[in-house]
Design a protein around this ligand. Structure first.
Ligand code: ATP
Ligand code: MG
Length: 236
């Protein structure tokens, strides 16, 4: 048993449609990620990045293959977990390109929605959320509405929300696409810090080469095949 393993993918395949209209997107994907790694996922539009992310997050069913999260095999040609929603709620955090905060809930309510849905107790959730907000330097915005915050602040709240249920893995689909360069780099630095200090594995889709030096590994999809490289440019 490898206790440092965050996720292992074996012979993973995904195609959409059947028969003549079948479109193969991912073929024979094999890779492992360790706890605390910050991983970039880079490929042209339509190459299958979101498709891969959604399979890793147990949202989209693969066509075949095997997915192990931590030490649990969650998919082996079929879902092996009893409740995939519970698995997602407990182990995986999502951050999207647009922040998707709920507009009629304030910042605190947005962040605590999932932990309370998981039936976590208020005395556990409150201090954790306070700690995350201090970490993101957003404590003074706790009772603001999303519409009262800037794009970068909203994205930080989306990160806080992804952290609020203490996930092992965070899947981020172009989290910095809506931000200017400076804010994008500050969000990425924050994500890297989170991997180090919370031992969370983060996979981040990006089209921005300037963000790659912050990552430990780079995943690419080329001709449906996945390649993984240690990032030699990892200078920061
Ligand atoms: N539900 C679906 N049904 C049929 N085809 C799909 C479905 N979802 C995705 N695809 C196809 O799979 C391929 C990969 O799509 P995907 O969204 O994963 O690309 P992407 O790399 O995330 O692109 P982008 O950078 O534009 O977000 C595309 O050809 C797309 O048309
Ligand atoms: Mg996409």
């Amino acid at each position: 048993m490898n206790n440092n393993l965050a996720m292992k993918i074996e012979n993973l395949e995904k195609s959409f449609g059947k028969g003549e209209s079948e479109v193969s997107v991912i073929k024979d994907a094999n890779f492992s990620l360790n706890k605390g790694e910050f991983v970039a996922l880079v490929a042209p539009s339509g190459a299958g990045k979101t498709t891969l992310l959604m399979m890793l997050g147990c949202v989209l069913e693969p066509t075949s293959g095997k997915i192990t999260i931590g030490n649990e095999v969650v998919y082996d040609n079929r879902w092996l977990v009893k409740d995939d929603r519970e698995l997602r709620r407990k182990k995986i955090g999502f951050i999207f390109q647009a922040h998707y905060l709920i507009p009629f809930l304030n910042v605190e309510e947005n962040i605590t929605l999932l932990p309370y849905q998981n039936r976590e107790k208020e005395e556990v959730v409150k201090p954790r959320v306070r700690e995350i907000m201090e970490y993101l330097d957003m404590t003074d915005k706790m009772h603001n509405m999303p519409s009262e915050l800037s794009g970068g602040q909203n994205q930080r709240i989306a990160i806080a929300r992804a952290l609020a249920n203490n996930p092992d893995i965070i899947l981020a689909d172009e989290p910095t696409a809506a931000l200017d360069k400076e804010r994008a780099i500050s969000v990425v630095k924050m994500l890297k810090k989170i991997t180090r200090e919370h031992n969370v594995t983060i996979i981040m889709v990006t089209h921005d080469d300037r963000l790659l030096p912050y990552c430990d590994k780079v995943l690419t999809i080329k001709d449906k095949k996945i390649d993984i490289k240690e990032n030699e440019d990892d200078i920061i």
